[in-house]
Design a binder for this molecule. Structure first.
Ligand code: GLA
Length: 731
């Protein structure tokens, strides 16, 4: 790992353990992208700074600057001087012109990784001293007085490159940032397939792939949050890319608001891949002397298919993004009462669940929606965060104490960003809702959004949550957000700054969560948005797991968790055992399969455990023991996708291998039984080829090489939705 600078040639070489990223300056002016791919030695690669007419020679440039601009591989393209592809930067000046031409000025090389003020960001963590480095390249448009700092950070133990940008107005007139993405990269097309994740409520993050053709391919959110519909991620994969083979170039955004990811192929078959804050619904006024920071984008190149890309993201996020004492620890097994009771509960009911939970080996009770104000349905009371003493007789502290006395921890649900029109809060402060004066506010789930861009609202929201947490021994918060933003407007912003609303909202959300985990450092925070609408790397910085989806049916979860685990560590996925028939899709599946699929992530139950059959209660006890046996492995181990139900329409399989390769756990789910099939051949990965592994509970012994190349033969299981967990342990 290391960053090398070739001063004479003005070439910047960023090496990670297995990759190299190259940039250079052409003709002393433009910063160009030269190469991203497998690690190379010394980069004597000036010839890579090319245009359609060959090297950017002086005479060609003088004669036809536009020809140069639209063919050059820019490192951070700006709008206005002849590069007609979608830019990373568009700036309007005080005269209304949208022309910007940043040119190279210099660089700084830093040891370590600077923090991003008020925003989630990767950090060096336990990386050995000096093994994290940051290259800061300065570009300038002298006429605008605009300085740009392009940052590139690397960590010694990761193949990711982290990019972000600072814009500084060093001029004397205001500048208007209309678009400022975090990263952009120009490459030659290699029969690329574009991979993205799409979905909706109940079926989040489905993997989708399509060929890149001429024109623009966009994945985005304008909902004010990351959304169920799209993930702030895009990858370009060479044709035929599989889990093990193929080149993959991926970008993932460390942000929780509007975003745009784009692949644009131009007439020369050059592809521009870019990612950042969505320029629609965005404008930032940069007064003289002010600066703007973009969020971070993570770049990953894999020479060995999607599997290696996945593992690079997983280890980056586990070691350099997720924080708090629970990241590398077992999370308490929880029971959440939402699908057990919905709004219909009281302290007796919760205590009955808590007592049963203790008997079954569950470690925490999470009280979901409905404990505050007059909230007996979803039509009222958001914003009134006082406990409903008709439901919880004796108050919250009494309930928490009684739950603690049973030996269980206590967790609580909030939806702090929202207000119901039918609430004391709204009646007192109708202007605190996000709105446009004179226009009726569009309702979603009977609720409005609080205007967090106003400091007094942010302060109020914080105090509401914090005072509840201070009042009792609450060790877990589920922070929910059940509608997207619309009717954007704030009484706190003037017309000139209204375009800043969406980003200011996200910044306020980050400040709130940062403050919360600082005041309550032992708190385990779970983020949630109507299921998985806010599953993004930004939120992962504050909460080590996120609620993956309201859909807990294990078959649906195969698809949701496969897509989620394409980028996120298994431990980041909130995963609960549901009741049957499942409340979202009505499917009836065996308890074992529900439990095995849920065990993969941050584990818990979301059903009425007091009403389970004795047989199912025994299973709860059993799977809680399984959780304790396997969670260290599942949480810290290396993940391999072995087979995909999405692709084969029959079965799903994933494997987690311990770091020292001494054991692995394989989860197999056979969605459909079909007669007359030979056993499934599960070709495992990541084992020691020469070691001997015993399949636990049997006398079968296999070499690692045999398991990886010939495969383990999994017999068909009669009936639909069968499953197996196979634990191989080195002899
Ligand atoms: C959202 C969450 C659910 C539950 C409900 C409560 O939909 O995703 O898990 O908390 O809100 O209203």
């Amino acid at each position: 790992m290391g960053i090398r600078i070739y001063e004479k040639e003005q070439i910047f070489q960023i090496d990670t353990p297995n990759t190299t990223y190259l940039m250079g300056v052409t003709r002393g002016k433009y910063l160009g992208h030269m190469y991203y791919g497998p690690r190379i030695g010394d980069a004597n690669g000036s010839y890579l700074l090319r245009t359609a007419a060959g090297p950017a020679a002086d005479h060609a440039f003088q004669k036809d600057k536009l020809g140069f601009m639209e063919g050059f591989a820019f490192e951070y393209p700006a709008w206005g001087v002849g590069d007609y592809r979608d830019p990373a930067l568009r700036v309007r000046d005080a005269g209304g012109h949208q022309v910007c031409e940043p040119v190279y000025e210099g660089y700084t090389l830093l040891n370590g990784k600077p923090v991003l003020p008020d925003m989630p960001a990767t950090f060096a963590g336990n990386t050995p001293e000096g093994a994290a480095q940051t290259l800061v390249i300065t570009l300038r448009d002298p006429l605008l007085g605009l300085k740009l700092l392009l940052r590139y950070s690397v960590f010694g133990d990761s193949d990711a490159v982290i990019r972000s940008v600072t814009a500084v107005n060093e001029g004397s007139e205001p500048l208007y940032l209309e678009k400022i993405l975090s990263a952009s990269i120009d490459m030659d097309n290699d029969h690329f397939q574009l991979i993205s994740l799409h979905g909706c409520w109940g079926r989040e993050r489905r993997i989708e792939s399509r060929p890149v053709s001429h024109g623009k391919h966009i994945v985005s959110s304008l909902r004010g949050e990351t959304s169920h519909q799209m993930q702030p991620f895009m990858a370009l994969a060479s044709n035929g890319t599989s889990q093990k083979d193929g080149d993959v170039y991926a970008m993932h955004f460390v942000y929780s608001g509007n975003f745009i990811a784009e692949a644009e192929m131009d007439f020369q078959d050059s592809v521009r891949l870019s990612l950042g804050i969505h320029p629609d619904s965005f404008e930032w006024v940069l007064a003289p002397g002010e600066q703007f920071e973009t969020p971070e984008t993570v770049l990953v190149y894999s020479a060995h298919g999607l599997g290696e890309m996945t593992r690079t993201f997983h280890s980056l996020y586990r070691n350099h993004l997720m924080r708090g004492k629970y990241v590398h620890r077992k999370r308490p097994i929880l029971v959440n009462n939402w699908e057990a009771t919905y709004f219909d509960f009281d302290d007796d009911k919760l205590m009955a669940i808590a007592r049963e939970a203790r008997r079954l080996g569950i470690e925490m009770l999470v009280m979901d929606d409905g404990w505050f104000g007059k909230r007996n349905n979803d039509e009222c009371a958001l914003g009134d965060w006082q406990v409903n003493e008709e439901k919880l007789r004796g108050g919250l502290k009494s309930l928490v104490d009684r739950v603690n006395a049973e030996g269980l921890k206590f967790g609580i649900w909030f939806e702090p960003e929202m207000v119901s029109p039918d609430s004391d809060l709204y009646r007192a402060h109708p202007d605190w809702a996000v709105q446009v004066p004179g226009r009726p506010i569009s309702m979603a789930r009977f609720q409005y959004v609080l205007d967090l861009t106003r400091r007094e609202v942010e302060e109020y929201v914080y105090e509401q949550v914090a005072s509840v947490l201070r009042s009792a021994n609450i060790e877990y918060v589920k922070w929910d957000m059940n509608r997207p933003l619309a009717d954007l407007g704030s009484f706190g912003l003037d017309a000139g700054h209204m375009g800043e609303f969406s980003h200011r909202y996200v910044l306020a959300l980050y400040r709130l969560q940062e403050r919360l985990i600082r005041e309550f450092p032992d708190l385990l925070l779970e983020n949630c948005s109507g299921g998985g609408g806010r599953f993004d790397p930004g939120m992962l910085y504050y909460s080590p797991h996120i609620w993956t989806s309201d859909d807990m049916d294990p078959v649906e979860r195969l698809l949701i968790q496969e897509g989620t685990a394409l980028l996120y560590p298994l431990s980041a996925m909130g995963s609960h055992v549901c009741v049957v028939p499942n409340h979202t899709v009505g499917r009836v599946t065996p308890f074992d399969t529900r439990a095995r699929v849920a065990l993969t992530g941050a584990f818990g139950y979301q059903l009425d455990i007091t009403r389970l059959s004795d047989e199912d209660k025994q299973k709860v006890i059993f799977y809680n023991q399984e959780y304790h046996r396997y969670n260290d492995l599942l949480r810290e181990g290396t993940y391999y996708r072995i087979a995909s139900y999405r692709e084969n329409n029959m079965y799903d399989c994933w494997q987690v291998v311990s770091e020292d390769k001494s054991e692995c756990l394989v989860t197999y789910v056979q969605v459909r039984y079909q007669p007359f099939w030979n056993p499934r051949r599960l070709k495992l990965e990541g084992l020691d080829p020469d070691a001997r592994y015993r399949l636990e509970g049997t006398d079968q012994i296999y070499s690692g090489g045999l398991l990886m190349h010939a495969g383990y033969l999994q017999n068909m299981i009669f009936g639909d939705y069968g499953s197996a967990m196979l634990h191989f342990v080195k002899e």
